[in-house]
Write a protein that binds this ligand. Sequence first.
Ligand SMILES: Cc1ncc(COP(=O)(O)O)c(C=O)c1O
Length: 321
Amino acid sequence: MPTSYAYFEKRIVPLVEARLPVMTHAFLYGTAVFEGIRGNWSEERDEILLFRPREHFERIKMSAQIMKIALPQDVDELVDICEQVVRRCGFREDVYIRPIAYKSGEVIGPRLHDVADDYLMFVLPFGNYLDVEAGIRCQTSSWRRVPDTSIPARAKVNGLYVNSALAKTEAMENGFDEAIMLSDDGHVSEGSGENVVILRHHRLITPERSDNVLEGITLASVMQLAQDELGLEVIERTIDRSELYVADECFLTGTAAHISPVIEVDRRRVGSGALGPVTKKLQALFFDVLRGRNQKYADWVVAVKPAGEAAPAANAAKMNA
Ligand SMILES: Cc1ncc(COP(=O)(O)O)c(C=O)c1O
């Protein structure tokens, strides 16, 4: 029976057995950094294909460095632990992997020094997060993106996600699907868990990385596909809020969101108000790469054979007879 497992206190255990004490510093103060990694199920290969795990573990090392969290395992070891846990779960469907490097000491007082650190990760089955086909309706949030001078957004800090949660809930309670946050200076920053991209005059534009954004791995992948496969010019520059309203196309990128077309912003239709032709082409390219169907980008995925047996269609039919 496929089950969620975790790597916890240096052992692989069922997820239900991974429990933290209430005084854990990361719980008291949000002092942890994390990643979200997708494992995409390939029926043809009977394998889960982890999407760019090395890049995710390189990023968690960078986040840990910023937050003074000791993460002694190198990227190879982190990938290896991840593969072992995914294999052990035995899921034959899309999964989501959540690695966390955290302040594990049980002490009172917000600080980063003199608190013990640990590392854990767990795996869950996971489907679509936003509607990648029909598209989503976004609202410019009244919550501003936290500036680098307060909490660095390029580090995936657990406590920073209070900012995302405020924006996401405001947007959803107002009847939208997702929030787009502006920086303090009023320029477009990012979604609650996604980077923002617009298409204007045949160029793909995304905010500069100094605009308080997470340096997205999906974003980098999609921009490379746009450049190399569609010959599009790709630029990073400041984006005004009103440019969202007049963009030819707009989409959000993220591990959870994949490429989610934005069809409306602040009750204004974006482009045709439906999935645009460039977004559609990028989705097709991206999903082929994710599912291991594009040899040119084969090194973007790491294959894991899940434990247990596949249930072949023929056997399933016999059992039902
Ligand atoms: C705030 C934020 N921005 C952007 C992203 C997209 O990053 P990636 O494509 O690496 O998942 C995420 C998701 O991880 C996020 O949480």
